[in-house]
Ligand binder design. Structure first.
Ligand SMILES: NC(=O)c1ccc[n+]([C@@H]2O[C@H](COP(=O)([O-])OP(=O)(O)OC[C@H]3O[C@@H](n4cnc5c(N)ncnc54)[C@H](OP(=O)(O)O)[C@@H]3O)[C@@H](O)[C@H]2O)c1
Length: 245
């Protein structure tokens, strides 16, 4: 039986992605922090009943770097592909004055992601098979005053995924970078997001699974965020720095 590993499986987008794979008959490892285990178990039971697949919950903490090799070592059988959804938006204003918050943002979105994916990439490279999907963000395309700490960590993740894709191409392992715009999830709860620009997790999930199966390199979801970001990244710096974005 072959499994797909979902890192950050309690994320709203991840749950919708898990359902998409389950519909296709794929078995799943749902990896979350200990505090989300109950929620992951409920998701696993639901998917098993609805789609007659195997779904196992496993524990992972992105910032417990030392545990990552052992976490992956224990997965038996090894997953045929891995998707990373772990993320932490954090509080930009708080983080400007509190380095602990800054570190949490960087360690969750970048260092933890790199630490986990390094281990998994080495296994896939040696087997010459597998796929990796990393969820970054449009926030990584240009630093903005309102969330540049999160944005800079996502920019690092985007560059990491690009390099990983380049490295693993020779071994036939495919890497997809996903850049969502606004998505209606727990992360954005309470924010006043423009309805026309905001996607539901299920729409984003369909885009992600399609991109993985069609071996796309980088996707924006919803698709029009590619155009939005093209405009935002082409504003000259002397104009951009005067905006309130
Ligand atoms: N929603 C958006 O508008 C949007 C836009 C662009 C990109 N993204 C990215 O999309 C991905 C999924 O986010 P989402 O929108 O579905 O939000 P979400 O529901 O908040 O998902 C983020 C997940 O990461 C988990 N997580 C945080 N710190 C962790 C750690 N140290 N170890 C393991 N797991 C940890 C969270 O667990 P807890 O609930 O316990 O914190 C949560 O399950 C994230 O990478 C996010 O940055 C989201």
């Amino acid at each position: 039986m072959s499994y797909i590993l979902i890192l950050g499986a309690a994320s709203d987008i991840a749950k919708a992605v898990a359902a998409e794979y389950a519909k296709q008959g794929k078995s799943l490892y749902l990896a979350t922090r200990a505090q989300e285990k109950e929620e992951a178990e409920a998701t696993a039971t639901d998917l098993k009943v609805k789609y007659n697949i195997e779904a196992e919950t496993v524990e992972v903490d992105a910032v417990d770097f030392a545990s990552h090799a052992d976490f992956y070592e224990k997965l038996d059988p090894k997953p045929e592909g891995t998707l990373l959804f772990i993320g932490y938006l954090g509080d930009q204003i708080k983080a400007q004055a509190d380095f602990e918050e800054t570190q949490r943002i960087i360690n969750t979105n970048y260092v933890g992601a790199v630490s986990l994916l390094n281990v998994i990439a080495n296994d896939y490279e040696s087997k010459k098979s597998g796929f990796i999907v990393g969820v970054s963000s449009v926030a990584g395309d240009r630093g903005r005053q309102s969330n540049y700490l999160y944005g800079s960590a996502k920019a690092g993740l985007t560059a990491y995924l690009s390099g990983l894709r380049h490295r693993l191409y020779a071994s036939g392992v495919h890497v997809v970078t996903v850049k969502p715009g606004f998505v209606n999830t727990r992360m954005t709860e309470g924010m006043d997001l423009p309805a026309k620009l905001t996607a539901e997790p299920e729409e984003v999930a369909r885009d992600i699974v399609k991109a993985q199966q069609k071996r796309k390199n980088t996707i924006y979801t919803k698709w029009f965020w590619r155009c939005v970001m093209m405009v935002i990244t082409s504003i000259p710096e002397f104009v951009f720095k005067k905006t309130k974005l």
